[in-house]
Design a protein around this ligand. Structure first.
Ligand SMILES: *[C@@H]1O[C@H](CO)[C@@H](O)[C@H](O)[C@H]1NC(C)=O
Ligand SMILES: *[C@@H]1O[C@H](CO)[C@@H](O)[C@H](O)[C@H]1NC(C)=O
Ligand SMILES: *[C@@H]1O[C@H](CO)[C@@H](O)[C@H](O)[C@H]1NC(C)=O
Length: 623
């Protein structure tokens, strides 16, 4: 009682004395607003959990289709689909699959589709049957495709017509496992791939009875989403109904309303596009503009054409936008007011605002399978969030000291991890509790175990290893620094590769840079190397690049080898591929591309010849 009274009094003092507040608690209102919002979402989630039958996001959608049937739900390449139309189409899908496919509650169905409107109603149709959907990356093929398909335990796959060849390639293996293979086209070819479009258009558009999904609860798996590793095969993260709800709140949390038009330009098979974009818009009852593929040159035209008010991004896409040539006219003329996403670097963030105007960037930190997340709810550029009393109570997490060389947490003499100090970079770990569970990956015990970290602060405790390096500053702002593995260590110093690429990309002749560390015989750690692409018609500017790097980067962070490529390989989410580059290293006998070497004596980049290479590996040249 006394404690409550004291805190009430303290609260009043803070409210009444703005000077005290500004000095000692400059973010009090923002923190309080965030806490209030978070608490409200917590309550809503609790209400849905106890409602019988369970109120899923699907029910939210069907409610929306009842309350505003004629509101546009999806704009796609000039076509518009209203809530009612999408609802009816999803009924058809459900009825078709039920009668001809025998799909029932509890089944998992894999979707192998690109970003197109039928992705949405096919998924809604599956949800109406109480099925989980595995969202296969439409760029994967053969072994990887089979792996992803198999690990979610699906018995049915639905593929887009244009992906027929990819399906055909793995058909023998699928048939061996008696998988039903459907394709969204009319004609069959008698090869065991069943056309589904005719069945769907013939099926009834009446809603299938809700009893068909009566067993779905908050804990049921709703989706399998594959996390795109830069190494190895993708892992299928289990996304429960609860997770779907929680992720769908991000839009609302960021200030998006039902009047907003949300631009989905990232793949629907990933969480950013599907959870934040699609399910978030369903939760809001808003309109989405769906893009087949992100295009920097069409971005603002799309925004103007469809009156987009909210967009999503990843760091790379904002960078692409900033790299587009300046156009005549006012680049600030558009209605985009909010951008939600993650991974943007401070420089790009600043440049983006300067060029494209007053847009609230809601930078957030979250992983599909993770159990802790942050969102920037203050006005500080470059941060992903703030340490907040309630948040850390509800979802205990910590930053722990990390050895980037061994790529594992530092442990003390007792075998326990060590908290990183304020201002120090650390590995983010989230305590695994009932409220913040880590469900793991489907059919992959080993990977699941790898992400569980035991004996963190006391023997026997259990944390989720995010694999991300973050920093918390003196004012409790949280900064995202890197993924583990996106750093290298040279001369005893850790170098974040993204930082170096940002600096390189400022060089006039360089379009894009992919930075990584390579080993050199006889040396500890890894030395910096960069694969770069050049701007149209430009050649590599040896002197200019050298002096630019010398100006901006400490010696240990400078890339000593430059590899000129015509394009940089990226994953489906625009992450740069590095593993192959790291393996190939800087041996001109292996690498076909033009190579340059940072010559300290000459203060210049020089072509890397065989002789020079020999001199480096035999240590005649000092690095
Ligand atoms: C965008 O807004 C303008 C002006 O309010 C309106 O005329 C136009 O129809 C809107 N476009 C779409 C696609 O909603
Ligand atoms: C930026 O937008 C916010 C609301 O979105 C508004 O409150 C603010 O005044 C705007 N600032 C400028 C400089 O236009
Ligand atoms: C997040 O950071 C940006 C800085 O660009 C700021 O404009 C925005 O208001 C911040 N806060 C929220 C809640 O988005």
């Amino acid at each position: 009682m006394y404690v409550w009274f004291a805190s009430l009094l303290a609260g009043l003092v803070l409210l009444l004395l703005p000077a005290v507040r500004r000095t000692y608690f400059p973010h009090l209102f923002q923190d309080a607003r965030y806490i209030a919002k978070a608490a409200w979402f917590g309550l809503r989630l609790a209400r849905y959990r106890t409602r019988r039958p369970f109120y899923s996001l699907l029910e939210r959608f069907t409610d929306a289709a009842r309350t505003h049937p004629n509101k546009p739900f999806i704009h796609f390449e000039g076509a518009t689909y209203t809530y009612l139309e999408v609802d009816r189409l999803s009924n058809r899908v459900a009825n078709a699959l039920r009668t001809c496919g025998g799909v029932t509650q509890g089944d998992t169905v894999a979707l192998f589709l690109a970003n197109e409107p039928c992705f949405v109603w096919t998924w809604l149709g599956l949800a109406k049957l109480g099925c989980a959907a595995a969202l296969l990356n439409c760029n994967i093929r053969s072994r990887s495709l089979l792996h992803c398909f198999s690990c979610c335990g699906a018995k049915v796959i639905i593929a887009a017509a244009e992906l027929r060849d990819a399906v055909q390639e793995v058909l023998p293996a699928l048939r061996q496992q008696s998988i039903s293979v459907y394709i969204l086209s009319d004609g069959g070819h008698g090869d065991g791939i069943l056309p589904l479009s005719g069945e769907i258009s013939r099926a009834s558009d009446e809603a299938p009875p809700a009893s068909l999904r009566a067993k779905v609860t908050m804990k049921s798996v709703a989706l399998y989403i594959y996390t795109s590793g830069t190494t190895g095969l993708p892992k299928a993260a289990l996304v429960t109904q609860e997770r779907v709800w929680a992720a769908s709140f991000i839009q609302s949390m960021s200030g998006v309303t039902s009047q907003d038009v949300f631009y989905i330009n990232l793949p629907l098979y990933h969480s950013a596009g599907f959870l934040i974009g699609l399910t978030g818009s369903i939760e809001r009852g808003g309109t989405v503009v769906l893009k087949r593929k992100f295009s920097a040159s069409q971005f603002w035209d799309d925004c103007r054409k469809y009156n987009v008010t909210v967009t999503q991004y990843i760091g790379e896409t904002l960078r692409y936008l900033c790299n587009t040539p300046k156009v005549r006219g006012n680049e600030k003329e558009h209605s985009v007011r909010i951008a939600i996403g993650n991974g943007v670097r401070t420089e790009v963030w600043t440049e983006f605002l300067k060029r494209f105007g007053n847009i609230s960037v809601r930078e957030l930190y979250a992983a599909t399978e993770g159990n802790v997340g942050f969102i920037n709810y203050t006005d500080r550029v470059g941060v992903v969030g703030r340490v907040n009393f309630l948040h850390s109570r509800m979802f205990p997490y910590a930053l722990i000291k990390f050895d980037t060389e061994k790529e594992e947490p530092v442990r003390n003499s007792l075998g326990l991890c060590v908290k990183a100090a304020k201002g120090e970079t650390g590995l983010l770990v989230g305590k695994i509790t009932k409220r913040s569970p880590f469900v793991g990956y489907a059919g992959n015990k080993q990977q699941t175990e790898k992400k569980r970290l035991c004996d963190v602060f006391v023997k026997g405790d259990l944390y989720f290893d995010s694999g991300d390096l973050l920093r918390i500053d003196q004012d409790n702002f949280v900064y995202f620094l890197d993924r583990v593995g996106d750093t290298f260590r040279w001369k005893g110093e850790n170098v974040a590769t993204t930082e170096v690429s940002d600096i390189l990309a400022m060089v006039d002749s360089i379009e894009e840079a992919n930075v990584y560390g390579v080993t050199v015989e006889g040396h500890e750690g890894r030395i910096g190397m960069a694969a770069v692409t050049l701007r149209d018609g430009k050649t590599f500017d040896c002197v200019g690049t050298y002096s630019h790097l010398a100006n901006y980067l400490p010696p240990y962070a400078r890339p000593h080898f430059i590899r000129i490529q015509s394009s940089l390989e990226v994953t489906g989410t625009f992450k740069m591929k590095k593993v192959k580059l790291v393996e190939e290293g800087f041996n001109p006998g292996i690498v076909q591309d033009c190579l340059y070497f940072l010559d300290l004596g000459a203060k210049n980049f020089v072509p890397l010849t065989e002789e020079l290479y020999e001199a480096i590996v035999s240590r005649q040249i000092k690095l």
